[in-house]
Design a protein around this ligand. Structure first.
Ligand code: ATP
Length: 194
């Protein structure tokens, strides 16, 4: 199965772009959703997270995501530890899922695709990019967050330049260039290589 990794910084619009691939009939695996499901479903992971972040990180069996965010977004080492715990599990799920998909190729949407090195496992990679002020505004509106909160999260991620330097394709989602034709161009390019 041909695999295509799709990533982008906070507020770049990678989920929106992933949805466009889905409307073209391409199966999309949403890694960040899969991680959220794992937090509550994987008992081993729960115990490790409690050891790492404290007992109050779970309440009634559910991860307290705001609490975790406030701890790990302020601490690079903790963030890396949590990613190192969850990312391999999610990649395994993705690989098993990919084998069962009927579409000509599959898309993996993941916030830390490049940071984690998982881009190297993909046949193609796409970076979704947008000017930083626009990304900040989008994320503030969507999450009802402050500018500082969004900037703190951005600091933990690679910047657009780093991602764009590694990606096979770049999709510009700046509210000026239409994204649909860009997605269709990438889609057709990949289909031609099959
Ligand atoms: P995160 O990593 O923070 O989850 P993301 O890259 O997945 O972000 P989206 O959730 O797709 O980004 O987009 C962020 C917000 O901006 C959403 O509310 C989305 O609807 C909006 N948005 C994204 N692209 C556009 C666009 N081209 N036009 C209008 N709104 C957009």
């Amino acid at each position: 199965m041909i695999t295509v990794g799709l990533s982008g910084g906070i507020g770049s619009g990678k989920t929106l772009i992933a949805h466009i691939f889905a409307t073209l009939g391409i199966s999309v695996f949403y890694a960040d959703e899969a991680v959220k499901a794992l937090y509550d479903a994987d008992t081993g992971l729960r115990h490790t997270l409690i050891d790492l972040l404290g007992g109050d990180i779970y309440k009634d069996g559910h991860l307290q995501r705001k609490r975790m965010a406030s701890l790990i977004f302020a601490n690079d080492t903790l963030m890396q530890k949590v990613n190192a715990l969850t990312h391999p599990k999610v990649m395994l799920q993705f690989e098993q899922w990919a084998q069962q998909q009927p579409s000509p190729y599959v898309v993996l949407e993941a916030a830390i695709l490049f940071e984690s090195g998982s881009d190297k496992k993909m046949d193609y990679t796409i970076a979704v990019t947008a000017p930083e002020p626009l990304r900040i505004t989008r994320a503030m509106q969507r999450d009802n967050a402050t500018e500082q909160e969004v900037k703190n999260r951005m600091k933990q991620q690679w910047n657009d330049e780093q991602r764009n330097g590694k990606a096979n394709f770049i999709i510009m989602n700046d509210n000026e260039q239409a994204v649909l034709p860009q997605v269709i161009t990438v889609h057709q390019h990949i289909l031609k290589t099959l």
